[in-house]
Design a protein around this ligand. Structure first.
Ligand code: NAI
Length: 256
């Protein structure tokens, strides 16, 4: 294992894409703090990591808790250089039926959670006189609207906007701010999306997932490890000249 003495905090790291990112950054030589709502799953996730690791029970909708998580990362792992705002939830509902409570919930996790992460990370980098990297989960749904995914697309377009604005505001501090836009990754999230499509539209279970995958030029769904390869780059010095970008990596589904 190489070590580069840097430290990353990954939110939503107990499973899926977040866990794959944490595993990959650890293999890249970074110490990793895994944060999530679910402590049992966090403990199982941490057991899969060979290098220096910490776990933090965190609800990213809670601004003070996100600030605290950054401070704990620094205290537990001896630094803080990379913030990965990965935590997110999906929601399947026709525009006509989205309730205020549903909109508030998805906005709290996907938009406020990312905003608090950007704020907390930038403040910590500034306090310690360091540069740093902030990388957030957007989606192909940040570039194109999909029927039944109105609330979700709205939040991911917002992540794209926050990424561009934060990139400009923090550039003088030497902080880069980028986002990754995966396509169709077969995690628990997609199992839920597919089941909910079946409920709302009468599609068969598996049909919506297969239809999305059918549009992918490379002919297969994406693995969480595929996404982690992109995030590894966005978190590394190799991407130092890139900021404000929401990078699509989807096997050829959305072209921008
Ligand atoms: P997932 O549902 O498999 O895992 C998400 C993790 O985030 C879970 O461990 C969950 O406990 C945690 N989480 C949820 N709300 C939280 C909160 N308030 N505070 C802290 N942790 C919280 O999701 P997946 O598929 O791994 O997605 C990760 C990110 O990638 C999300 O932001 C998602 O929108 C995005 N994405 C996923 C795609 C996919 O096809 N699965 C495609 C494009 C983007």
């Amino acid at each position: 294992m190489t070590t580069d003495n840097r430290v990353a905090l990954v939110t939503g790291a107990a499973r899926g894409i977040g866990l794959a990112i944490a595993q990959r950054l650890s293999r890249d030589g970074l110490a990793v703090a895994l944060a999530d709502l679910d402590q049992d799953a966090l403990d199982r996730a941490a057991a899969t990591i060979d290098g220096p690791v910490a776990t933090i029970r965190l609800d990213v909708t809670d601004r003070a808790a996100v600030i605290d998580a950054v401070a704990r990362t620094e205290a537990d792992l001896g630094g803080f250089d990379v913030m990965i705002n990965n935590a997110g939830i999906a929601q399947v509902q026709p525009i006509a039926d989205i309730t205020e409570a549903e909109m508030d919930r998805i906005h709290a996790v996907n938009v406020k959670g990312v905003l608090w992460g950007i704020q907390a990370a930038a403040a910590q980098f500034k306090a310690k006189g360091r540069t740093g990297k902030i990388v957030s989960a957007a989606s192909i749904a940040a570039h194109e609207g999909y029927a039944m995914l109105g609330a979700y697309c709205g939040t991911k377009f917002a992540v794209r906007a926050l990424t561009q604005v934060a990139a400009k505001e923090f550039a003088a501090q030497g902080i880069t701010v980028n986002a990754y836009c995966p396509g169709v990754v077969g995690t628990d999230m997609w199992t839920q999306i597919d089941a909910r499509f079946a409920e709302v539209t009468g599609a068969k279970v598996g049909e919506t997932f297969d239809a999305f995958v059918g549009g992918i030029a490379l002919g297969r769904s994406q693995t969480a490890e595929d996404v982690a390869r992109l995030v590894s780059y966005l978190a590394s010095p190799d991407s130092d000249y890139m900021t404000g970008q929401c990078v699509i990596m989807d096997g050829g589904l959305v072209y921008r």
